[in-house]
Write a protein that binds this ligand. Sequence first.
Ligand code: ASP
Ligand code: MG
Length: 401
Amino acid sequence: MLVVQKYGGTSVGDLERIENVANRVAKAREEGKDLVVVVSAMSGETNKLIGYAEHFTKNPAKKEMDMLLSSGERVTAALLSIALQAKGYDAVAMTGRQAGIVTDDLHTYARIEKIDPTAMQNAIKEGKIVIVAGFQGINKDGSVTTLGRGGSDLSAVALAGALNADQCEIYSDVDGIYTTDPRIEPKAKKLDVISYDEMLELSSLGAKVLQNRSVELAKKLKVKLYAKSSFSDNEGTLITEESENMEEVLVSGVVLDKNQARVTLRGVSDRPGIAAEIFSKLADENINVDMIIQNVGTDGATNLGFTVPQSEIDNAKKVMEEFDHDIEGMDYDENVCKVSVVGVGMKSHSGVAAKAFSALAANNINIQMISTSEIKVSMIIDEKYGELAIRTLHEAYELDK
Ligand code: ASP
Ligand code: MG
């Protein structure tokens, strides 16, 4: 059995923790597994290196940043390999390049283009435990590239795909994916299994556990992913392809996204192309629009609402001012949040949305905007009720049971 394990920054945060990881890897080895272990930089290390660069300029060249930041992961890979060797295990540390990872040229946010797993496979054949520095590759010119923050998860999933590994285990300080954030609802339960699509929808909940791009890649490559803790022996959560019995569960989780601001446009000229103009302009300004809702027009005008990250609201206002002649009135609210109910069971069951609306109504929480997808219902509400709404929904769908 070939397993790719990935240990995040907290799991390798100091020498003692690296030793702990070495013990865990050694144990898996004793169980007869072939192992490729991907590591992050020690926690705080990447930020520290960014700080060093910013001492000189706020705008360091991205190519040099990749050279700098990739060093964090190399340190941990080497140390873990040394720790394993000290315990009598045959291990070898590899950089992204040595592991055969080739990316495009987009420094600090590169995409993996191909992986040649031969060197890893040869080392495995020789009985070695392969340790790979995460978060990095090289472009076709041979320059070091990095994959964007949190990119070691992506390295692990991509390597699991290239090696055709049986599974990919992502270790952090959290022991899996929960029905909601346990800091908001202490009755939150760890999920045993969840589909890729649900995981992607729950990303704001799971962002600290799994990087989004890595889940997308796992879905594409059909890599069986486990989210586990390096500090316990708990089972973790399996993220995998959707199966029929997953649909028996109506709702898998509820999520709160506090980083939302609402823009409402009243009396927008109801003519072809207006939405294209507004949203193209927002896109040009790199403003990420989340929810969009438009009404059926009456008397040549319509209402249009959308949400943006709170940090973008001033920019969004500026863009909207350019449409003054096309819009009667604008209204902004930064104090909103988005609560979402996620579950593949919604595909085959009715009444899921109605239940959410009733639960919020029973608590006198006004819903300002609603949007749905096949497996998600999202509602924009007053920010001060966000946590209450999460607890209310968690209970309404009996997620604590
Ligand atoms: N060290 C990188 C970061 O902090 C990559 C990672 O940890 O996955 O973003
Ligand atoms: Mg990380």
